[in-house]
Write a protein that binds this ligand. Structure first.
Ligand code: SF4
Length: 307
């Protein structure tokens, strides 16, 4: 599979098939916490970065086997709304495989453009990010492309809420020492009240970030932020949900497709692919032995990443 990966075990969406519409790594931002590493091309140019028809063909082939999934999620190596074919692909999914929930993870940076919002309106769940409102905090945490400002992002999210009646989850990534002070939290809270999402989810580092040395927010801090955001509905992203059992044998390429997109622990592989721990161990050992992947310590244990 060239454009699909997983299914991965998502902390929020359960067993989720990933769709990656961008070559590594093209984004409108270069967030310090990004689990895909540093952005190589920081751009806001919407373009057909990979052939839309090839993605649709791969989806048709994979989904026609009726895999057990909780969601099909646009995620991966950058900002998915940069791809000009995302609307066509969502339309294909909702027409040909309406039984699958379609989730779009986006940094929200392009949603002030009417055509970009229109492209994702057929999705079931949209998860935009808003980690900062002040210019200097956004520069520190998101490091966006030139010209991208929080006011524009908030304007796009408010318009999205008016046009999209399904679920919007506003994600706020908390990085201690950068966006956890009261002034900034108050600004984010005010913006969230304007945007009116169904829920705010607080996230923190779970995998090795793009910039070394940034800290994970602990439970006390996340609880404090959660209380501060009242009366909004706020969730702290919790631990993994149950997963279905993998019905087909797992190949090396399935494990590699996950590791290629984001550093993963053995448990991520086990849960994502629904395989036995011994099987995961065997494949990871073999990939290590062949020098294809590396192992290094992270906040949740040992992470495997591409060498
Ligand atoms: S976290 Fe998302 S928005 Fe930020 S650099 Fe990574 S892919 Fe882009």
């Amino acid at each position: 599979m060239k454009y699909l990966f997983g299914p991965v075990h998502s902390r929020r969406f359960g067993r989720s098939l990933g769709i990656d519409l961008l070559p590594k790594k093209i984004c409108t931002m270069n967030c310090i916490y990004c689990e895909c590493g540093e952005t190589e091309v920081c751009t806001d140019a919407v373009f057909e970065y990979v052939p839309t028809n090839d993605v649709i063909e791969e989806l048709a082939q994979y989904l026609s086997t009726k895999p057990m999934l909780d969601a099909v999620t646009f995620a991966g190596s950058g900002e998915p709304t940069l791809h000009s074919g995302i609307g066509t692909i969502i339309n294909f999914l909702k027409t040909s495989f309406p039984e699958y929930r379609v989730v779009v993870l986006t940094n929200g940076s392009l949603l002030w453009r009417d055509e970009v919002r229109r492209a994702i309106l057929q999705a079931d769940v949209i998860v935009p990010n808003l980690d900062a409102v002040s210019h200097h905090v956004m520069q520190k945490i998101n490091r966006p492309c030139n010209g991208l400002i929080a006011e524009k992002i908030i304007e796009g999210l408010v318009k999205l809420r008016k046009e999209f009646s399904k679920t919007i989850i506003l994600e706020v990534f908390i990085v201690p020492g950068i966006n956890d002070h009261l002034d900034e939290l108050e600004r984010i809270r005010e913006a969230a009240l304007l945007i009116h999402p169904d829920c705010v989810q607080l996230n923190t580092i779970d995998r090795p970030p793009a910039v070394e040395g940034i800290e994970q927010a602990n439970c006390v801090l996340l609880e404090r932020v959660k209380n501060f955001f009242s009366p909004l509905c706020v969730e702290i992203i919790g631990s993994a949900k149950d997963f279905h059992t993998q019905e087909k044998p797992v190949e090396f390429e399935h494990v590699l497709a996950i590791i290629k997109r984001r550093p993963s622990t053995k448990e991520d592989i086990i849960n994502g692919l629904g395989i036995h721990p011994k099987e995961a161990e065997k494949i990871l050992d073999e990939l290590l032995r062949k020098g294809i992947i590396d192992r290094k310590k992270g906040v949740r244990g040992e992470f495997y990443s591409l060498r």
